[in-house]
Ligand binder design. Structure first.
Ligand SMILES: O=C(COP(=O)(O)O)NO
Length: 249
């Protein structure tokens, strides 16, 4: 089954109004492949979501970087999936390792968030990934399978989920996974989906890689059969993000 290439740009906690406008200009001016070839979703901080959405060409879509686990209410500081839907924000990143690590978001909590966001009609980039210690201990697949299982136990329809494998040791470090390392985990994740959800879900679900992707290493990674795209951090703030989008060709 042909899976449309997916490139996400996770801007993380970065930007001013002026900087955000510049990044949007680079995207709008960029010569990128058609939307038949690649799906591009950028994820600014919450405060810039309406602005970025209003300025981007319709070829590009926006994602929030997180949302709360249930309907809104007395949860100071949280943003609910319902609010994102109200603002016509179609995507949300959930389970990013920076939230799992820094805010102790447990697998079950992330699974609940994914289920609630999907139930409100959002599309979800669901992140999994192991730490360097876990990889060195040989438990990479145990970790990412447990993270994926916590989603699969709560979700039956995977058609609005993109699964992002982001090894923690590659995020922000410049130590990108080798194409073989990425392919190995993506292949095992797809095998896990085949056995634990369905062959159809395994075949259709885009599994994207994140962790120090840049304009120089994206082509070789994109050539791997089970790498269906990227979730890009630092490089998504730079003009080279256009080169990464072009790796879909
Ligand atoms: O966290 C990341 C990757 O960040 P970098 O590309 O900066 O390693 N994506 O969500």
């Amino acid at each position: 089954m042909a899976r449309k290439f997916f490139v996400g740009g996770n801007w993380k906690c970065n930007g001013t109004t002026e900087e955000v406008k510049k990044i949007v200009n680079v995207l709008n001016e960029g010569q990128v492949p058609s939307t038949d070839v690649v799906e591009v979703v950028v994820s600014p901080p919450f405060v810039f979501l309406p602005l970025v959405k209003s300025l981007l060409k319709p070829d590009f879509h926006v994602a929030a970087q997180n949302c709360w686990v249930k309907k809104g209410g007395a949860f100071t500081g949280e943003i609910s999936a319902d609010m994102l839907v109200n603002l016509d924000i179609p995507w949300v990143i959930l389970g990013h390792s920076e939230r799992r690590q820094l805010l102790n978001e447990a697998n079950e909590f992330v699974g609940d968030k994914v289920a609630y966001a999907l139930s409100k009609g959002l599309k979800v980039i669901a992140c999994v990934g192991e730490t360097l210690e876990q990889r060195e201990a040989g438990s990479t697949m145990d970790v990412v399978a447990a993270q994926t299982k916590a989603i699969a136990e709560r979700v039956s329809d995977w058609s609005n989920i993109v699964l992002a494998y982001e090894p923690v040791w590659a995020i922000g470090t410049g130590k990108v996974a080798t194409p073989a390392q990425a392919q190995e985990v993506h292949f095992e994740l797809r095998k896990w989906l085949h056995a634990n959800t369905s062959p159809e879900v395994a075949s259709a679900t885009r599994i994207i890689y994140g962790g120090s992707v840049n304009g120089a290493n994206c082509k070789e990674l994109a050539a791997q059969p089970d790498v269906d795209g990227f979730l890009v951090g630092g490089a998504s703030l730079k003009p080279e993000f256009i080169d990464i989008i072009k790796s879909a060709e």
